[in-house]
Design a protein around this ligand. Sequence first.
Ligand SMILES: [Zn+2]
Length: 475
Amino acid sequence: MGKKILLLSLTLITTVYSIDAQSIRTIKKELQQSIEKHETELIKTSDAIWEAAETALLEFKSSKILIDLAKRNGFDVEEGVAGIKTAFTASYGSGRPIIGILGEFDANAGISQKRKPVKEARIPGGAGHGCGHNLFGTASLGAAIAIKEQIEKGNIKGTVIFYGTPAEETIFAKVWMVREGLFDKLDVCMDWHPGDEIEAGTQSSKALVDFRVKFRGSSAHASSDPWNGKSAADAMELYTTGLNYYREHIEPTARIHYQIEKAGDVVNVVPDYAQIWTRLRQNNRAGVDVLYERALDIAKGAALMTGTTYETKLISGIYEIQVNRTGAAILQKNLETLGEITYSDSELNYANTILKETGKPQNGIDGKIYPLKPTLPAQGGSTDVGDVSQVVPTISLGVTTAASGGPWHSWAVVACTGMSIGHKGMIYAAKALSMTMADLYKNPSLISAVKEDYLKNKRYDKYDPRILPGPPSLE
Ligand SMILES: [Zn+2]
């Protein structure tokens, strides 16, 4: 009797499981079909953002293009969130699970480029999408639209929220959105980034702080009575000299960058004003604090040595990404299902011409799928996705959208993000993201596992946004 019940329930479990496996396979197929159905519209959208090429906090056309697409697809849009005119959320569905997806759309200043594999500005001095954020925002909204269609059909239950997140390249607007509590209700957040390789994210990013130092002295004629002057430019030089001496004694994972914004106007006047933007990075927020404290002392020392006064002003700061390996493993399976991206000879020639022009090995484009990498600390850049990942479990994806090993944040990437190499990566990203979201919607135990990973690896007791009160400002 007992055996019979056991057998019966085993059969039931197997049947239920196979129906579930069957239904999730069908859903994933439909998600891919849905993205293919929207492909022309998505390419048009990303190209329009590529052409608008708007920089931080000025992305009015770009955010409107995405808002209009979300509205046309029945999303409930809230504009100007967190006090930022170009930030928005677009939601669809009701109840749990609530899955978010990030979308950036800002460009990089000064790297305008035509759709050509040799350097030639489209608009001289203009901006360009050298980080592929035109693809980033569009693919994420594409994934959200595909999920919405499954919610509409009754195949998926829950809510999807697309986050239109501006100004990633300079001031990191997500930090304001996190402080506003916009991510608090999420179960999981999805994220991707254009790159030159396809990978489920297992690598952290560097935390950083950005701040200005302003030195004030007093002017005098540089030759008639220089003894009456106190040079703000001297203070600036001593400050950067101090930073550069400090550079020898920081750990190899730390970075110090600065940009002198002002240090006098003419050679025959002792400058009374100087201004510099400093950026300090380390693999985690705690490490940034050590650098920050020392840099503030160096500024104070420079002012003391020159008899000038100084003031420091925080611009913004971001956390490192908290990697969610459990989530990455779910994503990895979908990358393996989708398989590699293939390229035509003309796309490979295009990429190799770019690589030749930039003095890099001509390795074409890498659309292959590799095994899941080990979990790694930061190596390269920083992102405000770090702050999102501190408050909600975040799953990150990287997809090829440019020539292999080409210089990032440069014309070489702009040349790819407005044509088929970028488009292919965007469509691929939309599919992989939506398929992974479907796994989470359909299997609550996966959401629990992703949350458990988040809690287990949490480094900070409290999230402490490093920004000033009020909206972001580049002043
Ligand atoms: Zn980027």
